[in-house]
Design a protein. Structure first.
Length: 121
């Protein structure tokens, strides 16, 4: 039996978390949702996470700050950043910080699943 890696979903919007959770479960993936980046950083699930999908703009630490903290801690995990307010500057910052994809909300389900598939391949 193939065990899918956990996909950590970090978004302060409960509706977004719920819809992504449902999408990933329907695709046979194992999502674990967090409302804040700080909650992910203090969790004990790092060994099981295959990919982090994070919102860019959140109260507390941003998606880019989450990426930077993960790097500082030596956590080697692909990151996908999504935002409803994309700018070329935010895209460049996210990709420079190591994001493997930068997606615009509302996120196209096929694009999201393709990005996650590439991240966990």
């Amino acid at each position: 039996m193939i065990i899918m890696p956990v996909i950590a979903v970090v978004d302060d919007d409960a509706g977004v978390r719920g819809s992504i959770d449902s999408l990933l479960r329907s695709a046979g993936m194992a999502p674990l949702v967090f409302s804040r980046g700080e909650d992910l950083l203090t969790s004990d699930v790092w060994a099981t996470i295959g990919c982090v999908l994070t919102d860019l703009h959140m109260p507390g630490i941003s998606g880019i700050e989450l990426q930077q903290e993960m790097t500082k801690r030596g956590w080697q995990c692909p990151v996908i950043v999504m935002t409803a307010f994309p700018t070329s500057a935010s895209r460049d910052r996210a990709l420079a910080a190591g994001a493997i994809a930068f997606l615009t909300k509302p996120v196209d389900p096929d694009c999201l699943l393709n990005a996650i598939g590439k991240a966990i391949a």
